[in-house]
Design a protein around this ligand. Sequence first.
Ligand code: SAH
Ligand code: SF4
Length: 371
Amino acid sequence: MQNLLGLDAAGLQAFVAALGEKPFRGRQLLRWIHRRGASDFEAMSDLARSLRARLAQTAGVQALPVISDSTSTDGTRKWLLDVGHGNAIETVFIPEEDRGTLCVSSQAGCAMNCLFCSTGRQGFNRNLTTAEIIGQLWWAEHALRAQLGITAEHERVISNVVLMGMGEPLQNLDALLPALRLMLDDNAYGLSRRRVTVSTSGLVRQIDKLASACPVALAVSLHAPNDALRDRLVPLNRKHPLQELMAACRRYLRHAPRDFITFEYVMLDGVNDSPAQARELVALVRDVPCKFNLIPFNDFPGSGLARSPALRVREFAEVLIDAGIVTTTRKTRGDDIDAACGQLAGEVQDRTRRASRAAERLPPVTTVAAS
Ligand code: SAH
Ligand code: SF4
């Protein structure tokens, strides 16, 4: 059975061609599935009855089973989705006045093992498929439309997508690319490239690949102003140190739909939040047009870390702002349902023995003075 959710426009065209159909049938399918949220071929009234019957035999439109659906007091909504073999991933919808953002997962777990991240601590099970990635948007958009009583095909509830759920999206680029193309396709979700953001911990070669294959807005999880500290917070830094990452950001900007990179920086009490470290950061990003998004650390059991006090976050932001860098501090949303950044834990059957090895390997984090 071919799950049609996993096929972008070109894939659907090839699929219908193999059934002996004209290419425009692919486009019709695309619109039925993604614009209207149809999963029943019988409802696709402008397809010939014989084609509908053949589709019913060979294909399906299958989203992931929903394990739970919770809504926060601030309106944030979180779905826990079953990806099989005891693994579950999370998708979060964040409504704001002027937009609706969906935070999408790309992997069951994550292999990058960042020190402050609940997903990372859980270890890694597997990459999601294209159908599983785009299926999160398919499911959420149509569930939200139904909830709000929206029937018009062109009215969207979700205006922005961020790949900031569970997983490192650039470690799953092959499955991610067709999903991104569907997000941008006018016959599917029609989102502009500036409203789709891929967030990465810094996979340098894949940043270049994304630039040539499907440039969308890029967020880079920085978290530290120097290699000594970043090596400890984001282990990937040992392979791709900061200067390499900054160079990749500069290269990306030649293709990017926005003229800046967003740097994310989780604020950890006494670890990376001093004014001296803010000044070091300003020097680091001197040649990269960027904005900063400071994220108050969201705690999880056994993290051994703490959130920076609000005053320290403000002082840190002021150093960046005084240097001319647009800086925002992210509001924490949905923490009453564990839907805030870094709290997405889903359920991961770790295949890397991360949890047990982490306990053996990691020394406690102590305050690191800025040089
Ligand atoms: N793997 C990608 C995208 C998912 S994480 C990445 O790391 O960029 C999305 C954002 O949440 C990242 O910036 C990540 O560093 C941040 N984050 C992770 N754990 C967090 C926590 N406990 N509190 C606040 N933000 C966290
Ligand atoms: Fe993975 Fe991102 Fe968490 Fe790091 S912060 S462990 S890259 S999900």
